[in-house]
Write a protein that binds this ligand. Sequence first.
Ligand SMILES: Nc1ncnc2c1ncn2[C@@H]1O[C@H](COP(=O)(O)OP(=O)(O)O)[C@@H](O)[C@H]1O
Ligand SMILES: [Mg+2]
Length: 352
Amino acid sequence: MITEEQIREKLAGVNYPGFSRDIISFGLVKGIEVSGDDVVVKISMATKDAAIPKEIHDKADAALKEIAGIGKVTLDFDITDPPEPVAGTPASASAGQSSIPGIKKIIAVGSGKGGVGKSTVSTNLAIALQRSGAKVGLCDCDLYGPSVAMMLGATDEQPLANENNEILPIEAHGIKAISMGFLISDDSPVIVRGPLATRYVQQFLRQCVWGDLDYLILDLPPGTGDIQLTIVQTVALDGAVIVTTPQEIALIDARKASAMFEKVNVPILGIVENMAWFECNHGEKYPIFGDGGGEKEAERLGVPLLAQIPLDVETRYRCDRGEPVAVLDPETDEISKIFRGLAGEVGDIVNA
Ligand SMILES: Nc1ncnc2c1ncn2[C@@H]1O[C@H](COP(=O)(O)OP(=O)(O)O)[C@@H](O)[C@H]1O
Ligand SMILES: [Mg+2]
């Protein structure tokens, strides 16, 4: 007697081509019917690339035939076209993508490597956009190392739920924000793994009362794994900003991140080179992590180098204290001015 559980288990070993994620957790398997020893599996996906369903078909078929005593295996594919990318509008490449009602532009800030300053850039970019007159939300998608709550000086805030069980984001420095950091205390480790973690992120994105926003900034976790993929697949991103430091080791990871965005047709808005140099008191600039990495990478991708941010003690200190540099007057603060410039560039590109 074949059980649905056996089928599910086998299909969970079949990865989506090119991804480290399987077709079950991607939600592509829409139905499993077992009658006696025969099985019918319904698989649904949006793709134009006929090689993808073919590969999934062959792998799934082979996997299911490993089950002892299995009879006839029928894999029933429902393939739809992904929405056409139109010039100047965001591309929605994959199954299940849709924009969030009320939100005009959704922008992800990613990198391959941790510690390069994604959260610093996300938070300051969000504030700088708000200071330029926009309504802005910031979603901390880094469940394992959430830092947005701290950077906004809002670790004591508790987001509430409304009567519909939707999460109300907190407000700090004029922006709306949600972060795992609001929902857990500092010393309790987040013990959410793969599928559960991605569900949390989806909930943040979809069950949060964002209201009307001009921009929602997503601070992605480092890496190019399941969570990043889920995020870039479940909302229609208008673009991605890639943060890197100038040295080769960070650039290698930045390349992986940009490849991930390209794969799912998310336009890369440009590169932010963080910790680009250190300026000593005498005005001399030292390229601590190397020189020109961001520019080279931008050139390689054919995208603009959106900003170069120096390694700066005040920037670090202010983030730790919950008063990011972007709150300062850009007329008098050099780094605040850089973030204001970044916000202007990003706004121009996604609204072009
Ligand atoms: N330009 C900068 N100058 C000084 N410190 C920085 C700068 N950018 C980031 N940092 C610090 O580096 C650490 C890592 O930055 P963070 O934004 O948390 O990186 P990520 O989100 O990529 O892991 C933080 O302590 C942050 O304050
Ligand atoms: Mg971070």
